[in-house]
Design a protein around this ligand. Structure first.
Ligand code: AHR
Length: 345
């Protein structure tokens, strides 16, 4: 299973990329909202420059969450394009948002004897049994995008993805600045998929920062990371609350759905009701540039090249960092207008 022919230089590249990404994220954690996070700001919002190794001897099973958002579509495209460049046989499955489908896919990957399994867990818990089966079969597992929550050690080799707590904190820091002079701010929150790492961590990060009693989260409900979900939940929020100042949406798609509901209720999104979201996908950035959204925290979906590089290292029997954090930044309305022409997703 391990290809000793993979060059040590390729392995070193992976480790360097991982270290750079981690260091960049560490620097990013101190960057205030509205500024690029981290020293290597060119890397934010684009695929990190990584040499994709030749993996043509291998098969990778990738169990995707679904196609719930623009972010997910960009993530899928990045993984499939990088796999093609690596020449790897990619067995790609779409769990349609259901954990049981993902578990089933992983079991099939084990039966098929793939060389490596990668997946983005729909929710945080409930993975021990199937990941122990993968471990017993000697198949390395790489988590991408989302973490799992388990007491069990050694269920996966590494976790490549964003710092979701940090994303929630950056959203919260912008809120503190934007409403610095307000006496009272009524906030509604559109949460991501219940039990998923980004929903749990972004809610936590936001609350870590927005602690002042002037800020009140008057309603919080899941919109399942979809545009339709965001619209429906926002309609309900607007019916039961007549004084909403701010929407905190855990992703752009739900924010875009909320915009539709706000306009239908006769309000002006971005003015009567401010909106902060997470992702910075193309549609979200357009809404930010035209003033309907007020601020976006980036969540970079372009994980394909790094995943292939990590797979190369793992399959060569090399150590990889346990955690590789994606470099990200934030966008004001002016910054979105500047960034849009070169935006990759
Ligand atoms: O796990 C990443 C999140 O999943 C993105 O923020 C959201 O858009 C997607 O559905």
């Amino acid at each position: 299973m391990i290809n000793q022919k993979l060059k040590a230089s390729a392995v070193a590249l992976v480790l360097a990329a991982g270290a750079a990404a981690t260091a960049g994220a560490a620097a990013a954690s101190t960057a205030p909202p509205g500024t690029a996070g981290g020293d290597d700001t060119a890397a934010a919002g684009s695929a990190p420059e990584i040499v994709i190794p030749d993996l043509s001897e291998y098969t990778i099973g990738f169990a995707q969450v679904g196609a719930e958002s623009g972010w997910r579509t960009a993530n899928t495209q990045s993984i499939q394009a990088a796999a093609e460049e690596a020449g790897v046989e990619l067995i790609f499955t779409d769990a349609q948002g259901e954990q049981e489908n993902q578990v089933e896919s992983i079991r099939q990957f084990i039966e098929q004897g793939v060389d490596l399994i990668a997946f983005s867990p729909v929710v945080e818990t409930g993975w021990d049994a199937v990941l122990l089966e993968a471990r017993d079969a000697g198949i390395p597992v790489v988590l991408t995008d989302r973490a799992i929550d388990s007491e069990e050690e050694g269920l996966y080799v590494t976790f490549l993805g964003s710092d979701f707590v940090q994303e929630g904190e950056w959203a919260g820091e912008w809120v503190l600045e934007e409403f610095a002079d307000a006496d009272h701010v009524n906030i509604v929150e559109l949460q991501g998929t219940t039990g998923s790492a980004p929903a749990i961590d972004r809610a936590e990060g936001f609350r870590n920062v927005v602690t002042d009693e002037r800020f009140e989260i008057i309603a919080s409900q899941t919109g399942d990371f979809t545009r339709e979900g965001g619209k429906e939940v926002m309609e309900a929020f607007l019916q039961s609350n007549d004084d909403i100042d701010l929407v905190f949406a855990h992703n752009d798609d739900m924010g875009l759905g909320a915009i539709q509901a706000i306009e239908a209720a006769g309000f002006v999104p971005g003015e009567d009701i401010k909106i902060v979201t997470i992702d910075a996908v193309h549609d979200g950035m357009e809404a930010l540039a035209n003033g309907s959204i007020n601020f976006i925290v980036e969540c970079n979906p372009l994980l394909g090249p790094q995943l292939m590089a990590i797979a190369g290292s793992v399959l060569a029997g090399e150590e990889v960092p346990e955690r590789i954090v994606t470099i990200e930044r934030t966008f004001t309305q002016e910054e979105a207008a500047e960034a849009l022409p070169d935006r990759q997703y």
